[in-house]
Design a protein around this ligand. Structure first.
Ligand code: HEC
Length: 196
């Protein structure tokens, strides 16, 4: 019982110091399951914070590019699997980690490709990107992985799957004033933040 009491007192004290709903108290409380960093898969992975510049060539269609062509239904099915596959990244994320329920897509997503995407502009200096280039962009930037083979079935599958998603996408009107807030797909998904 005593063992439990101390952290509780600490937590209460910390609560007094930090006031309502302030996160810093969490780390000090061993009883808080969220104190363990590993519980928040997004903690260190805010793509706004890690917006390092990349070589635009990495995500630009190569000359003579012939995308893989296959059965549309089979590609969609494979795309869905890849979409949820954390093994595609080097940081434990899948496409779905950020884009679940259309999260992290901006209003411009509805426009026909090629179109402007803020992240491609900010990190690769590209004014317009094609959909498959954007898949590669997310592979390289937020997923911290190598681009997929340009003529690979995987790229064709993810492109088909995201193309399908684009058709059902509806932009959200209200945007937070902080442009980075809308771009941190993890902000709303920190399981700890939501619990208070
Ligand atoms: C860490 C979060 C994160 C992960 C993981 C991630 N993305 Fe993204 N994605 C973003 C952000 C942020 C944007 C850019 C939004 C903007 O600037 O308009 C974006 C943009 C896109 C777009 C372009 C939308 C448009 O407006 O044209 C596509 C397509 C896309 N992602 C697909 C993927 C795919 C496929 C994967 C997995 C291979 C993936 N994303 C993984 C965060 C992520």
């Amino acid at each position: 019982m005593n063992v439990q009491a101390k952290p509780l007192q600490l937590a209460l004290a910390a609560g007094l110091i930090f006031g309502l709903g302030m996160a810093p108290a969490q780390a000090a409380n061993p009883c808080n399951p969220c104190a363990a960093k590993a519980k928040n898969p997004c903690a260190a992975k805010n793509p706004c914070a890690a917006g390092a510049a990349i070589d635009p060539k990495t995500i630009t269609r190569p000359a003579g590019y012939k995308p893989y062509k296959g059965d549309a239904a089979a590609l969609l099915k494979e795309g869905e699997k890849l979409w949820n596959d954390t093994k595609l990244s080097t940081n434990g994320m899948s496409c779905n980690t950020c884009h679940q329920g259309h999260a992290s897509f901006e209003a411009g997503f509805v426009k026909p490709y090629p179109h402007f995407v803020q992240m491609a502009k900010d990190q690769a200096g590209l004014k317009k990107v094609h959909l498959d280039e954007m898949v590669q962009a997310c592979m390289v930037m937020p997923m911290a992985a190598k681009p997929l083979g340009w003529e690979s079935r995987e790229l064709a599958a993810l492109t088909a799957y995201t193309g399908q998603m684009q058709k059902t996408f509806k932009p959200v009107k209200a945007k937070a004033a902080n442009p980075c807030a809308t771009k941190n797909p993890c902000a709303a998904k920190n399981p700890c933040a939501a619990k208070k």
